[in-house]
Design a protein around this ligand. Structure first.
Ligand code: A8S
Length: 185
């Protein structure tokens, strides 16, 4: 384990798939989550740029105009209780082979300016079953009046909630997939 708590394999994936350009006034970080569900199952949730509310707990509604393609925009409504109500986000990258998605926030009534994120999925075996290592990284401006640490802490807290929820939803579906054929007998 390195100082940031990543294994050497995780560090290698971060180096290979999560290279953000970080300017002077920005902060950046990466989080990992191990999920007891296969990459295809987790990817089926993560790749739905038009349906983030399927796993993200703070999103109440999402509308995408037109076809789903690189450059597509989504308008997100955030649940009450958060320091924001809307966000406009653009799909930057969707790679079904590498299981990688990248999103940029381009507007909304929140304080995250120039936010950009990457999620990558990597197969692993957990307790003898197919599992997924999820890595999510971001870069964002440090807002006036906040420190780098405060900004990182805020964004990391939101991403941790999203990754926990992604794990819960995926693992529930994985168990369903395993038990369904028996139910049907
Ligand atoms: C994501 C990641 C983040 C989303 C943040 C960090 C956000 O949707 C919430 C609160 C805010 O203040 C900003 O991948 C914003 O969803 C929950 C509205 C963008």
């Amino acid at each position: 384990m390195s100082r940031n708590g990543f294994s050497s394999l995780e560090s290698e994936f971060v180096r290979r798939h999560h290279n953000h350009e970080v300017a002077e006034n920005q902060c950046s970080s990466a989080l990992v989550k191990h999920i007891k569900a296969s990459v295809p199952l987790v990817w089926s949730l993560v790749r739905r740029f038009d349906q983030p509310q399927k796993y993200k707990p703070f999103i109440s509604r999402c509308v995408v105009q037109g076809n789903l393609e690189i450059g597509s925009l989504r308008e997100i409504d955030v649940k009450s209780g958060l320091p924001a109500t809307t966000s406009t986000e653009r799909l930057e990258l969707l790679d079904d082979e590498e299981h990688k998605i990248s999103i940029r926030i381009i507007g909304g009534d929140h304080r995250l300016r120039n936010y950009s994120s990457i999620i990558s999925l990597h197969p692993e075996t957990i307790e003898g079953r197919p599992g997924t290592l999820v890595i999510e990284s971001f870069v964002v401006d440090v807002p006036d009046g906040n420190t780098r640490d405060e900004t990182c802490y805020f964004v990391e807290a939101l991403i941790k909630c999203n990754l926990k929820s992604l794990a819960d939803v995926s693992e529930r579906l994985a168990v369903q997939d395993r038990t369904e054929p028996i139910d049907r007998m």
